[in-house]
Design a protein around this ligand. Structure first.
Ligand code: NAD
Length: 266
């Protein structure tokens, strides 16, 4: 029995990397997926490989694009049971160089884009059979000091927003005329370093990734499939009594500083 038979999912930024792996995993477990992205050509080729998937343009920074993509996904798939908010934009800019435009370039897609997606998808998630499920991709950057102040602050924002939404939408409510609302589980996955084009696009960034790899107790950086497995768990009924949490999926990176201490770490 597939965990997502009969379920539908919309995934943002699903043309590459982690989003693509999530689309592949949910499809493999029976879901019909809307592969959404600003890179529609790549989204189309991902969707073409996945049974029952559709490709849609969705720029999470553009309210009209978000509205259109959610409406199209719901119409073409017959609803939205699962929303995976995967888009995030990092910057590597120190505070003294962080002007207004750069702050918005990073925080708007990473935090506000997620808010836009959730707001727009809310009516569909609330009518999902067995409850809606939202999984947002944060980062270890949202949980500790790892640099990149704007990106990290936006990723930390996802953690708190998820806690509040988990409380607001966790249980069925009855309104004054006796109509019942639906419910939604909201959770976060916080990846450590994952081998995507973010790291593999140049020799310099590959070298940086190899140096960072030494800080991982499990001795390797993550693969997109490591994150997709956690997303699938939180979106599935296996996690039916889990809401409002942030699950670090980071090869032990946040466990403690011993690995980086001379004479203690390896
Ligand atoms: N790779 C890592 O080491 C790592 C670590 C922690 C967290 N993350 C997070 O995981 C998520 C995915 O990262 P990735 O490494 O797979 O990146 P990626 O660049 O491989 O994929 C990101 C996707 O998002 C799309 N995208 C970018 N801006 C968009 C927008 N405005 N609207 C819609 N789509 C947009 C891109 O076209 C791309 O397909 C991000 O939120 C990132 O912050 C990544």
């Amino acid at each position: 029995m597939n965990r997502f038979d009969g379920k539908t999912a919309l995934i943002t930024g699903a043309a590459h990397g982690i989003g693509r792996a999530c689309a592949t995993r949910l499809t493999a477990e029976g879901a019909r997926v809307a592969v959404t992205d600003i890179d529609i050509a790549a989204a189309r080729s991902v969707a073409a490989e996945l049974s029952g998937a559709v490709a849609l343009t969705c720029d999470v920074t553009d309210p009209a694009s978000v509205s259109d993509a959610v409406a199209q996904a719901a119409a073409q798939l017959g609803g939205i049971d699962i929303l995976v908010n995967n888009v995030g934009v990092a910057g590597g800019v120190r505070l003294e160089d962080l002007d207004e435009a750069e702050w918005h370039r990073q925080t708007d897609p990473t935090l506000h884009g997620t808010v836009r997606m959730i707001k727009e998808a809310l009516p569909h998630l609330l009518t999902a059979t067995g409850g809606g499920r939202v999984v947002s991709i944060s980062s270890v950057n949202g949980l500790a000091a790892i640099g990149d102040v704007a990106y990290s602050a936006a990723k930390a924002g996802l953690v708190n927003m998820t806690q509040n939404l988990a409380v607001d939408y966790g249980a069925v409510r009855t309104d004054s005329v006796g109509a019942e609302s639906g419910w939604i589980r909201f959770n976060v996955v916080a990846p450590g370093t994952i081998r995507t084009r973010v790291w593999t696009h140049s020799d310099e960034s590959m070298e940086r990734m190899r140096r960072i790899e030494k800080l991982y107790p499990l001795g390797r950086v993550g693969e997109p499939e490591d994150i997709a497995a956690a997303v699938a768990f939180l979106a599935s009924d296996d996690a039916s009594w889990i809401t409002g949490i942030t699950l670090p999926v980071e090869g032990g990176f946040l466990t403690g500083p011993a690995i980086a201490m001379p004479g203690i770490g390896r």
